[in-house]
Ligand binder design. Sequence first.
Ligand code: F6R
Length: 365
Amino acid sequence: DKGNHRHFMEKEIYEQPEVISHALSYYVDLAEHRVRDTAAEIDFANLRGLAISACGTAYLAGLVGKYWFERYARLPVEIDVASEFRYREMPLSKDQAALFISQSGETADTLASLRYCRDNGLKIGAVVNVKESTIAREADAVFPILAGPEIGVASTKAFTCQLAVLASLAIAAGRARGTLTEDEEKQLVKSLAEMPRIMSQVLNLVQPQIEALSRDLSKFKDVLYLGRGTSYPLALEGALKLKEISYIHAEGYAAGELKHGPIALIDENMPVIVIAPFDRFFEKTVSNMQEVAARGGRIIFITDDKGAAASKLETMATIVLPSVAEIISPMVYSIPIQLLAYHTAVFMGTDVDQPRNLAKSVTVE
Ligand code: F6R
């Protein structure tokens, strides 16, 4: 049932504040501002490394997770798409654990990677939406994302719930490994707790502007997304979402890679979507944006109030979000990214919930 929404995808985008709040209460104690002890099976304290493997959007959630595990828990993360991970023949040792992320829990490549790691003696964690799935059944520890059924083929609420779970696990790992002080943990959990409210606010705030902007975006054949830090996986996710439902060719790049190749493509026919909260990377990203502007590129700038005030560049549109703590920015910035893909596809008249050639669950390698 789509309720009063036109598509399941739209409904699922709007459900995010609620399902994230549900997922968070499973992983964190919102009164005490502490993460709950949900990861005992994994023994983060004694791990030498973590291997993450997944496909598509779930892989991109894992890539954000890598930044968090390394930063907050000082835990080295190996990550690859499952179809490559399985065959890389990388050396694995028993003092590593492996984490598999899958909405459906049935993705064939992800399952094959899981079995490969299990055969090598690693402890297996599964971040899944479907708790009865094969991947969940074969894991030592199951971390449910509690997003509820996701019907739209393009993943939206599963992505942000995967992120909420990975953020909680990274904090749990940081506590177990003694790399976060109690006070730091409290601050991070407080920021997570604010997320549902901020996401609701952002949904209302940006929707009209993004719907109008989508009309302009639908005229282009190619779009480039740029970001740094955790905004880099988000740039990849923005490009994936746009191409899969609007069929506009889109690519995501680390902003710093621009001058190593893709800058050759910049002209007035390829809008560049820059995801840049006012964080540690902001100035560097703005200088990449200047390189785009200097070559006549059109910029869609997704930032916060401080970022908007700090940049003087002319843009095709500037989408201004509230300033938020760094740990929640990937979830909050997912909203404009998802809405932009959604409205562009609706405007172009594609089958948003059932894009051509795609299946919700990919059970062949
Ligand atoms: C993109 C999308 C796919 C899936 C991928 C993995 O919007 O939905 O890229 O993320 O097929 O699926 P799961 O998470 O079920 O393993």
